[in-house]
Design a protein. Structure first.
Length: 79
Protein backbone atom coordinates (compact mmCIF):
# COMPACT_ATOMS: atom_id res chain seq x y z
CA UNK A 1 0.00 0.00 0.00
CA UNK A 2 1.58 3.25 -1.15
CA UNK A 3 -0.81 5.84 0.34
CA UNK A 4 -0.94 7.46 -3.11
CA UNK A 5 -4.11 8.23 -5.05
CA UNK A 6 -4.08 7.79 -8.84
CA UNK A 7 -4.85 11.06 -10.64
CA UNK A 8 -8.01 9.72 -12.32
CA UNK A 9 -9.42 8.57 -8.96
CA UNK A 10 -8.56 11.97 -7.45
CA UNK A 11 -10.34 13.87 -10.24
CA UNK A 12 -13.45 11.67 -10.03
CA UNK A 13 -13.44 12.18 -6.26
CA UNK A 14 -13.26 15.96 -6.69
CA UNK A 15 -16.26 15.93 -9.03
CA UNK A 16 -18.23 13.92 -6.49
CA UNK A 17 -17.52 16.58 -3.86
CA UNK A 18 -19.29 19.28 -5.88
CA UNK A 19 -22.59 18.39 -4.17
CA UNK A 20 -21.61 19.87 -0.81
CA UNK A 21 -21.86 17.99 2.48
CA UNK A 22 -23.94 15.24 0.94
CA UNK A 23 -21.18 14.61 -1.61
CA UNK A 24 -18.52 14.59 1.11
CA UNK A 25 -20.53 12.03 3.09
CA UNK A 26 -20.94 9.88 0.00
CA UNK A 27 -17.23 10.14 -0.82
CA UNK A 28 -16.31 9.15 2.75
CA UNK A 29 -18.67 6.17 2.62
CA UNK A 30 -17.27 5.05 -0.72
CA UNK A 31 -13.71 5.33 0.60
CA UNK A 32 -14.54 3.35 3.75
CA UNK A 33 -16.38 0.76 1.67
CA UNK A 34 -13.36 0.34 -0.59
CA UNK A 35 -11.05 -0.13 2.42
CA UNK A 36 -13.45 -2.64 3.99
CA UNK A 37 -13.72 -4.63 0.76
CA UNK A 38 -9.93 -4.83 0.55
CA UNK A 39 -9.80 -6.10 4.15
CA UNK A 40 -12.58 -8.64 3.53
CA UNK A 41 -10.92 -9.91 0.34
CA UNK A 42 -7.67 -10.41 2.24
CA UNK A 43 -9.47 -12.30 5.00
CA UNK A 44 -11.33 -14.50 2.50
CA UNK A 45 -8.11 -15.28 0.65
CA UNK A 46 -6.30 -16.18 3.88
CA UNK A 47 -9.26 -18.32 5.00
CA UNK A 48 -9.34 -20.18 1.69
CA UNK A 49 -5.60 -20.88 1.92
CA UNK A 50 -5.91 -22.19 5.47
CA UNK A 51 -8.93 -24.33 4.64
CA UNK A 52 -7.08 -25.81 1.67
CA UNK A 53 -4.14 -26.69 3.95
CA UNK A 54 -6.51 -28.21 6.49
CA UNK A 55 -8.23 -30.22 3.77
CA UNK A 56 -4.88 -31.57 2.55
CA UNK A 57 -3.84 -32.55 6.08
CA UNK A 58 -7.15 -34.30 6.71
CA UNK A 59 -6.75 -36.23 3.47
CA UNK A 60 -3.32 -37.44 4.61
CA UNK A 61 -4.74 -38.43 7.99
CA UNK A 62 -7.60 -40.31 6.32
CA UNK A 63 -5.04 -42.35 4.38
CA UNK A 64 -2.97 -43.12 7.48
CA UNK A 65 -5.68 -43.85 10.05
CA UNK A 66 -7.31 -46.88 8.39
CA UNK A 67 -3.85 -48.48 8.26
CA UNK A 68 -3.12 -47.88 11.94
CA UNK A 69 -3.57 -50.84 14.28
CA UNK A 70 -6.80 -50.83 16.28
CA UNK A 71 -6.31 -50.92 20.06
CA UNK A 72 -8.88 -53.33 21.51
CA UNK A 73 -7.64 -53.18 25.08
CA UNK A 74 -6.98 -50.10 27.16
CA UNK A 75 -3.33 -50.03 28.26
CA UNK A 76 -2.83 -50.41 32.02
CA UNK A 77 -1.09 -47.03 32.37
CA UNK A 78 -4.22 -45.24 31.09
CA UNK A 79 -6.81 -46.96 33.30
Amino acid sequence: ESNEVPIDEFVVGCFRLKGGAKGVDLAALMYENKKMMKTIKGFVSMSEDRLETLDQRLAVMAEILPKAPVVKQVPAEIS
